[in-house]
Design a protein around this ligand. Structure first.
Ligand code: NDP
Length: 340
C-alpha cells in the first residue's frame, strides 16, 4: 500500500464537508491503496460539528483512515498537507455588498494561502470549493509565493458534470457515452457550458459530433442552437437554485462528488477525455495571464494541461468574454482591497 497522504478539508463541519469526508476516508479520492490522514479545519463555531463528523468517521472503521484531527488553527491544519480542499467560505448574508463578500473571503483565503505556503508538503494540490471560488483561489495563491501557481485550482467540475448530465438526458444516452464537454470562465451565473467539441457514442461505440446529433434531434442547427441558448446553458448555470427548490436544501452531495472527481483526476490523470477545471491562465484563449478561469483540461503526470487549439464559436466567445470580464472585475476589486 502507498504512503499515507495528508488531506486537509476546511469548513469540514459544514454540509459539503460532511458529504465529502466519508468518501475521502473510504478511498474514493486517492484509490483503495492510499491511507489518508484527515485534517479538519473549522472556525471555532464550526468545531463541534466537525468533531461530530470525526466521531462518525471513527465509527465507520475505514481501513484506509490512518488518523483524523480537528482544529481551528490553519497552521496545524495545513502542516504537511498533500491535498487541501478549501470548502469553508463566507456566504453572502442579507444586505451584504459584493465588496464586503470579497473582503470577508479575503480574510479567510489570504491567511490560508500563507499557512499553506509555510507548512504544506512540496506536492501540495489545492482545490477551492467555497465561493467565489475562482477569486478565492487567486487570493490564496497570491499569499503562497513559494507554491507554484498551477497548484491552486477552483472547482467547475460540478458545472461540467451538470452539463454532461443534461446533455446525456437530452440525447437519451448514459453519461458514459458523452465526451468532450467544456466549461469556460467563472464558476458563477456567467459560466460558459460549451458542447461544440463534445462527441456522443452510438450503440456500436462510434463517436459522433454532439452539434450534429442535436441538429438531428431538434430538426435543424438553428433549433439546436435555440435549445442550447434558451434551455441547456441556463439550466446548467442555475441548477443550484433548481436543486434548492426541489430538494429544499442545497446541492451538497453533487458538490462533494465533483470536488472528489476534480482531485482524483488531478492525481490519477484524466485519460483521453478532458474535463473542466478553473486554474491560473497561461494566456491560453486570450484569457489574461494569472486569472483563475475555467478551461477544458487534461491531467497528465499529475499536472493539468489546458486543451489547446479548440475552435470557439462566435456565440461562445461572447459568453467567455463576459465571464472573463466578471473575473477581471473580481480580481480588480480584491486588488483594490489589498488582498492580492
Ligand atoms: P456548505 O458546506 O454547504 O458550502 C460551503 C461552500 O461551498 C459555500 O461557500 C458554498 O458557496 C460553496 N459551494 C460550492 N458549490 C456549492 C453547491 N453546489 N452547493 C452549495 N454550496 C456550494 O456550507 P455550510 O454553511 O454548511 O458549511 C460551511 C462551513 O465552513 C461552516 O461549518 C463554517 O463554519 C465553515 N467555515 C470554515 C472556515 C475555515 O475553516 N477557516 C472559514 C469559513 C467558514 P455558496 O454559499 O456561495 O453557494
Amino acid at each position: 500500500s502507498g504512503e499515507p497522504q495528508t488531506i486537509t478539508v476546511t469548513g469540514a463541519g459544514g454540509q459539503i464537508g460532511y458529504a465529502m469526508l466519508f468518501r475521502i476516508a473510504s478511498g474514493a479520492l486517492l484509490g483503495p491503496d492510499v491511507p489518508v490522514r484527515l485534517r479538519l479545519l473549522e472556525i471555532p463555531q464550526g468545531l463541534r460539528s466537525a468533531q461530530g463528523a470525526a466521531l462518525e468517521l471513527g465509527d465507520c472503521a475505514f481501513g484506509l483512515l490512518d488518523s483524523i484531527e480537528v482544529t481551528d488553527d490553519p497552521a496545524r491544519a495545513f502542516d504537511g498537507a498533500n491535498i487541501a480542499l478549501l470548502v469553508g467560505s463566507r456566504p453572502r448574508g442579507p444586505g451584504m455588498e459584493r465588496g464586503d463578500l470579497l473582503a470577508a473571503n479575503g480574510a479567510i483565503f489570504g491567511p490560508q494561502g500563507a499557512a499553506l505556503n509555510a507548512g504544506a508538503a512540496d506536492d501540495i494540490r489545492v482545490a477551492v470549493v467555497g465561493n467565489p471560488a475562482n477569486t478565492n483561489a487567486l487570493i490564496a495563491a497570491a499569499h503562497a509565493p513559494d507554491i507554484p501557481g498551477e497548484r491552486f485550482t477552483a472547482l467547475t467540475r460540478l458545472d461540467h458534470n451538470r452539463a454532461v448530465g443534461q446533455l446525456a438526458l437530452r440525447l437519451g444516452v448514459p453519461v458514459s457515452r458523452i465526451s468532450g464537454v467544456s466549461i469556460w470562465g467563472n464558476h458563477s451565473a456567467t459560466q460558459v457550458p460549451d458542447i461544440n467539441h463534445a462527441t456522443v457514442a452510438d450503440e456500436h461505440g462510434v463517436w459522433h459530433p454532439v452539434p450534429e446529433r442535436l441538429a438531428e434531434v431538434f430538426g435543424s442547427a438553428p433549433a439546436a442552437e435555440q435549445w442550447l441558448a434558451g434551455e441547456f446553458i441556463p439550466r446548467v448555470a442555475k441548477r443550484g437554485a433548481e436543486i434548492i427548490e426541489v430538494r429544499g436544501s442545497s446541492s451538497v452531495g453533487s458538490a462533494a462528488a465533483a470536488a472528489i472527481d476534480h482531485v482524483r483526476d488531478w492525481v490519477a490523470g484524466t485519460g483521453a477525455d478532458h474535463t473542466s477545471v478553473a486554474l491560473a491562465s497561461d494566456g491560453s484563449y486570450a484569457v489574461p495571464q494569472g486569472l483563475v478561469s475555467s478551461f477544458p483540461a487534461r491531467s497528465v503526470g499529475g499536472q493539468w494541461h489546458i486543451v489547446q487549439g479548440l475552435s470557439i464559436t462566435p456565440a461562445v466567445q461572447l459568453r467567455i468574454d463576459a465571464s472573463v470580464a466578471e473575473l477581471v472585475a473580481e480580481r480588480d476589486a480584491v486588488a483594490a482591497l489589498g488582498l492580492l
